[in-house]
Design a protein around this ligand. Structure first.
Ligand SMILES: *Cc1c(COP(=O)(O)O)cnc(C)c1O
Length: 355
């Protein structure tokens, strides 16, 4: 038995793997593989339409929102967004709360003025900045809802007047949120919604109108929207895996139901770690992520022993990101409570032996 705590690409529901495998051999009893059907056939159109409508339903989006699937992962949005909205005389505001936000800032600077209004770099990104002012001329405010590498998460939506833009790659559809408050949301699929190779984008119609019309076609949001994610060949299989995962989430009871389980999983793990002095939790308690729990030990030998034990017990993906060290346990939607319970049992045993 393997327990997959990988940070991304990461665990997906087992039924999704089964259904996706079947579709590679014989998609919907057509005698064709999903890998060999045309993207402009009704077969694929149905897949895309259902995926879009499930996103709208699960996120409770209003009629002012457009949903598209794009190539290039979240990292492409780091530059596609400012390419569309910034110029030398225009400014955007960014929060710098982790590695991914820093990368987004770097790319935005190529296209216009960037005001980094808040940063937690001073304490190695172990907290979320709270008090900051955003210049009202900013054309948008960009932040990362969940800092995948550092294990911090924004638990409320900033109350600002300018359009809100969020990179939700690692916590999309994991908790209830008023998604309609955002002008622009993007998320690489490989953490909570599907297979790598596709990016979910939700864009407000008014914000869409303000996007550039002089960028190359593949960078042009309006063209992607008016062509219904089919400006060119979309990542057909990756979108199909998203559809299967979205169906699974709906069957589980939707976002509210999965949020409860996510809280149980993270609560159990953090409570356990807090009660064993061997482990150290670097992140400010109020900013802890429900998706990625980061912890350390101040003994390298014991860290190695712990990792070896995890490996022996089939616990995969526990080693922390090279920039943070220690351990990181990712608990995305598809990870079951029983996997966290198994890890917690191992942690307790380890604590009893070495504390
Ligand atoms: C994983 C991740 C990314 C990078 O996604 P790619 O699809 O590899 O470009 C960006 N932002 C966040 C918050 C992530 O977790």
């Amino acid at each position: 038995m393997v327990h997959n705590f990988n940070a991304g690409p990461s665990i997906l529901p087992h039924t999704v793997f089964e259904e996706a495998s079947q579709a590679i051999l014989n998609f919907n009893n057509t005698g064709l593989s999903i890998l060999e059907i045309g993207h402009r056939t009704s077969l694929f159109e149905e897949v895309l339409n259902e995926a879009v409508s499930l996103v709208k339903e699960l996120m409770k989006l209003d009629e002012n929102k457009e949903v598209i699937f794009l190539h290039g992962g979240a990292s492409t949005q780091f530059f596609q967004l400012p390419m569309n909205y910034l110029s030398k005389d225009k400014k955007a505001a960014y929060m710098d709360a982790g590695v991914w936000g820093t990368k987004a800032i770097k790319e935005a600077k190529r296209f216009g003025q960037v005001d980094v209004v808040a940063s937690s770099k001073d304490r190695n990104y172990t907290y979320i900045p709270k008090d900051y002012a955003v210049p009202h001329e900013a054309v948008y405010f960009h932040y990362t809802t969940n800092n995948t590498i550092e294990g911090t998460q924004m638990h409320s939506i900033p109350n600002l007047s300018m359009p809100l833009v969020a990179d939700m790659s690692s916590d999309i559809l994991s908790r209830e949120m008023d998604f309609n408050r955002f002008a622009f949301i993007y998320a690489g699929a490989q953490k909570n919604i599907g297979a790598a190779g596709v990016n979910l984008v939700v864009i407000d119609k008014k914000f869409l109108e303000k996007s550039s019309s002089t960028v190359p076609s593949m960078m042009d949001y309006k063209q992607h929207v008016s062509n219904g994610s089919m400006l060119n060949t979309p990542p057909v299989f990756a979108i199909y895996v998203c559809l299967l995962t979205l169906r699974w989430l709906k069957k589980m009871g939707g976002v509210a139901a999965i949020e409860k389980i996510n809280q149980q999983k993270a609560g159990l793990l953090y409570d356990t770690l807090e009660n064993i002095p061997l482990f150290h939790l670097p992140v400010a308690k109020e900013d802890r992520s429900l998706m990625n729990a980061v912890f350390t030990m101040n003994n390298e030998e014991l860290e190695k022993k712990f990792l070896a034990l995890c490996k022996a017990e089939g616990m995969v993906g526990i080693k922390g990101h090279r920039s943070v060290g220690g351990f990181r346990v990712s608990m995305y939607n598809a990870l079951s409570l029983s996997s966290v319970e198994a890890l917690v049992a191992l942690i307790k045993d380890f604590g009893n032996k070495y504390a």
